[in-house]
Design a protein around this ligand. Structure first.
Ligand code: PLP
Length: 400
C-alpha cells in the first residue's frame, strides 16, 4: 500500500519528533495495581508513575461499588445528563461532593479535562480576562483558549506579575470579568501555589479564582479535602475543581461551588451538555472513595502517605514536600529517557516527562508516591536512585 499524502505529512512530523528525542509512545506496561506494572514479557516492575495516591483504585470497596452499580444500572449511561442520562449514583455523588468540599452544590463531569475545558470556556468569553500561572495544566490552558477571552500568563507562582496583570485588566477593561486560574499542587513540579496571597490579590481587584485541586485532593487538608481547606481558604475560592481519577481512584472530574455557579454550568458547560454522562459505576466507585476518605481508614492512608513523603524528601534532599510528587530534573529529553530506562533495568518504573509537558530544558523523572507503596518499596527506590547517581548513569548531570 502506498502512503497517502496525509500519511507522508504525518510521518515527516513524527520523524522530526523522533530526531529531537520527543516522540511519544504508549508504554507497553500494563497497570496491574497502582504500584506495580507488568511488561509485555510478563515481567513486573515496581511503579512510581500513578496518581492513585491512596491506593484506592485497587481498593475492594470501590470495585464492589462499581460492579454492583453496573449490575443495577448497566455499563453505560446512554445519554447526556441533560437527556436523562443521569442516575441515582450521579446525584448521590454530587451531594456527597458538595458535603466533602463544604459548598452549596457540585456537578460532576466525565473527566477532569472535560471539567476544566467546559467550565472555563463557559465562565469567560470575548471581552473577559483570564490570568493563568505559566505551569497550568493543559486542560486549563485549552479551556482558556476556547473561551475566546483575553489571556495573560504570569511566571510560576510570581505574585508581582500576577498583580501587574490584575491591575492592567482592571484599568484597561473595567467591565470585564477577570478570572485567575491556578493549581493548588502543580502536577509536574509537586509544589504548591501561594494560595493565601493569591486570594487576597483576586479580592483586591474584584477578580474570581479557579483552583484546580487535581493533586491536592486526598493528599492535603483534613480528610483529603485539599489545600484550600488545609489553609482555611476554601470559602475564598470561587470555583473549586477536582478530579475523581487520581486520589479518588475512579474516573471523572467535578466543580464545587455556589448553587448559582453549578446551575450556570448545567446550562452552559458544553462538555457536560453535549457529552454522554459517565457510567453510573464510576459515580458509585467515587462515592465509595469519598466514604473511605471520611473514615479512620482514609485518615490512616493519608498519614502513611505523609510518612512516605517525609522519608523520601529527607533521603533525596528535597527542600520541598508539599505533595506526593517529586521531580528529578535532568535537563535534556534524552537524559530523562535514559535515566528512566536505567531504572527499568533495575526493576523500577519512574516515567520521564518531556517537552511539551515541561519546558524543553527541564525534562525530568517524575516520582509519585502512594500509600499503596510499602516502606520497603520506598527504601528500594531511594537505594537504586542513589546507586545510579554514583555510577555512569545519566542521573543528576544534565547538560543544560
Ligand atoms: C490530571 C489533571 C487534570 C485532568 O484530569 P483527568 O480526570 O485526568 O482528565 C486536570 N488538571 C490537572 C492539574 C491534572 O493533573
Amino acid at each position: 500500500m502506498t502512503s497517502s499524502l496525509l500519511d507522508l505529512r504525518l510521518e515527516a512530523a513524527l520523524g522530526a519528533l523522533e530526531s529531537e528525542g520527543l516522540r511519544r509512545r504508549i508504554p507497553e506496561w500494563s497497570n496491574s495495581g497502582s504500584v506495580s506494572v507488568q511488561g509485555p514479557k510478563g515481567e513486573r516492575l515496581l511503579s512510581f508513575a500513578s496518581n492513585d495516591y491512596l491506593g484506592l483504585a485497587i481498593h475492594p470497596a470501590l470495585a464492589e461499588a462499581a460492579s454492583s452499580a453496573a449490575r443495577r444500572y448497566g455499563s453505560g449511561a446512554g445519554a447526556s445528563r441533560l437527556l436523562a442520562g443521569g442516575s441515582l449514583p450521579h446525584r448521590q455523588l454530587e451531594e456527597r461532593l458538595a458535603e466533602f468540599k463544604q459548598t452549596e452544590a457540585a456537578i460532576s463531569f466525565s473527566t477532569g479535562y472535560a471539567t476544566a475545558v467546559g467550565t472555563i470556556a463557559s465562565l469567560a468569553s470575548r471581552g473577559d480576562v483570564l490570568i493563568l500561572d505559566k505551569l497550568s495544566h493543559a486542560s486549563l490552558v485549552d479551556g482558556a483558549r476556547l473561551s475566546g477571552a483575553l489571556m495573560r500568563v504570569f511566571p510560576h507562582n510570581n505574585l508581582d506579575r500576577l498583580e501587574h496583570h490584575l491591575r492592567w485588566a482592571r484599568e484597561a477593561h473595567p467591565e470585564a470579568g477577570i478570572l485567575v486560574i491556578t493549581e493548588s499542587i502543580f502536577s509536574m513540579d509537586g509544589d504548591a501555589c501561594p494560595l493565601r496571597e493569591m486570594a487576597e490579590l483576586k479580592d483586591r481587584y474584584g477578580a474570581w479564582l479557579l483552583l484546580d485541586e487535581a493533586h491536592g485532593l486526598g493528599v492535603r487538608g483534613p480528610a483529603g479535602r485539599g489545600l484550600a481547606h488545609e489553609l482555611n481558604l476554601a470559602d475564598r475560592v470561587d470555583i473549586q475543581l477536582g478530579t475523581l481519577g487520581k486520589a479518588l481512584g475512579s474516573s471523572g472530574g467535578f466543580i464545587a461551588g455556589s448553587r448559582s455557579l453549578i446551575d450556570f454550568l448545567i446550562n452552559r458547560a458544553r462538555s457536560l451538555i453535549f457529552s454522554t454522562a459517565p457510567p453510573p459505576m464510576n459515580a458509585a466507585a467515587s462515592l465509595a472513595a469519598l466514604e473511605i476518605l471520611a473514615s479512620p481508614e482514609g485518615e490512616k492512608l493519608q498519614s502513611l502517605l505523609a510518612l512516605h513523603r517525609k522519608r523520601f524528601a529527607g533521603a533525596l534532599g528535597f527542600g520541598q514536600n508539599e505533595s506526593a510528587i517529586f521531580p528529578i530534573v535532568l535537563g535534556g529529553a534524552s537524559q530523562a529517557v535514559k535515566a528512566s530506562d536505567a531504572l527499568v533495568e533495575k526493576g523500577l518504573y519512574v516515567p520521564s516527562i518531556r517537552f511539551p509537558t515541561v519546558p524543553r530544558n527541564a525534562a525530568r523523572l517524575r516520582v509519585s508516591l502512594s500509600a499503596a507503596h510499602t516502606t520497603d518499596d520506598l527504601e528500594r527506590l531511594v537505594r537504586i536512585l542513589g546507586e545510579l547517581k554514583k555510577t555512569d548513569a545519566p542521573l543528576y548531570d544534565g547538560e543544560d
